[in-house]
Design a protein around this ligand. Sequence first.
Ligand code: ADP
Ligand code: MG
Length: 284
Amino acid sequence: MSVAEVNEVEAAQAGQGLEVSSVSFAYDGAPVLQEVDLRIAPSEFVCLLGPSGSGKSTLLRLLAGLELPDAGLISSNDEAIRGPSLERGVVFQNYSLFPWLTLAQNIQLALKKAHPQSSESWRRQHIARHLQRVGLAEVADQHPSLLSGGMQQRGAIARMLALGSPILLMDEPFGALDPVNRAKLQDLVLEIWAATRKTVVFVTHDVEEALYLADRVVMLGSSPGRIIQEITVPFARPRSRRLFKSHEFTELCERIDGYFREEMLQRIEAGIEAGIEVLPAGRA
Ligand code: ADP
Ligand code: MG
């Protein structure tokens, strides 16, 4: 199968959405997410945007089934998510390839686990196709430590794609990359998404990245993490980086910054009020 044919097959399999209903989650009794409601349509590209500590990674881990909610429900196509599944592929920020395996062996290992019945020759072809898709065909037999951060992250994307999940979950996957590589990988993800129509949930704390990539930006506030605002991104696709200089783009960036500033102010005010309340009598 050619890359175009693979895209076609995957597009036909697309169509999985996600639903988060009144989800709360705590780590050791400390609330991290509170009453989160979110519906993600099949083939939608959603960015979760928020400051560090707002629970973006936790929400993504819940969507992946790596954590389970304390209250509420997370489901995909009306089926509750109770653990990790091949339906949902994940890429994290730190390059999660095994250093002692070559790039191809890393994908081979994941494929063997996901499709134990598959033949060696099918796996070999499948690996070659996906490495080609992300521009890494030449370095299939290299170990990750010999590759740049951008290449390692391409490898992690190839591994995720090779598993064929209709839902892709990415947690600040380009956060550690230089701006040029970051831009190239953003475009790669957009190209893959446009070709396969997979559902994408992409975590970032970068407003420009969110507006360049997403159909919809969901903003999380902190302490505990909750959704403070959502924006449907109004820019037509395909988008160009010239967009960043447009008046509409900068205005939307400012509006988003404004939501976060407002949320922070509210928290500070609420904190001060709470502080006055708990001061012992006679000390105020
Ligand atoms: P973000 O990805 O937005 O930076 P996280 O979801 O990583 O936020 O974290 C949200 C909150 O949960 C933070 O206060 C963080 O310290 C806490 N937290 C995250 N992971 C753990 C963990 N494994 N154990 C305890 N607390 C955690
Ligand atoms: Mg995080």
